[in-house]
Design a protein around this ligand. Structure first.
Ligand SMILES: [Zn+2]
Length: 180
């Protein structure tokens, strides 16, 4: 798997190693590296994501963080994570790991007819006001922590509103594939 540094290079983005995260504005001291470390290592310390009841918060936080940092991911990740948020937040789909597999298949089909489609991300620091540091700061109380993840995902989803109509097409295909 390519590292986020490889993706940044490929996207021609210079990664800043000091201060706040240049993409989401998280209040860290060593830039994007700190932001990614917090996301990878601190969220799981605050909530048992292996409990099926908590899966949804894992999905929402992965979607929120990924869509706040499109410069360090592959471009189709934006379609995938925005569609998932669309299905969870708009259609109230009860998401599971199996759902992600079905969505990946729908997206693979979609790609074949939309090879040149590129979602232009909202500008850095305009992808929702909440960041990973706000979420971590509310990790003492489980209920509050969950509420914060939900708010975070809604803010990020809203900041990408220009493309809700685009991912609607993928979401409809997902729904067709899962309704019997
Ligand atoms: Zn960040």
């Amino acid at each position: 798997m390519q590292s986020y540094i490889d993706f940044a290079n490929k996207n021609g983005v210079v990664l800043l190693e000091k201060g706040k995260c240049q993409f989401c504005g998280a209040n860290v001291s060593d830039g994007i590296k700190d932001c990614v470390d917090l996301f990878n290592n601190k969220l799981d310390a605050s909530l048992n994501f292996y409990n099926p009841e908590n899966y949804i918060y894992k999905f929402l936080s992965v979607d929120a963080h990924t869509l706040q940092h499109p410069e360090i991911h592959g471009r189709w990740n934006n379609h995938l994570h925005l569609t998932r948020l669309h299905l969870i937040l708009k259609y109230k789909i009860n998401w599971t790991y199996k759902s992600s597999t079905i969505l990946s298949n729908c997206l693979n089909k979609y790609k074949q007819t939309h090879l040149d489609e590129y979602l232009i991300p909202p500008r850095p620091l305009e992808r929702g006001s909440l960041t990973i540091t706000d979420i971590i700061n509310h990790s003492q109380n489980e209920q509050k922590f969950k509420e914060m993840i939900k708010r975070w995902s809604v803010e990020v989803y809203t900041s990408w509103n220009k493309y809700h109509i685009t991912v609607e097409k993928i979401a409809e295909n997902y729904i067709d594939n899962t309704s019997s």
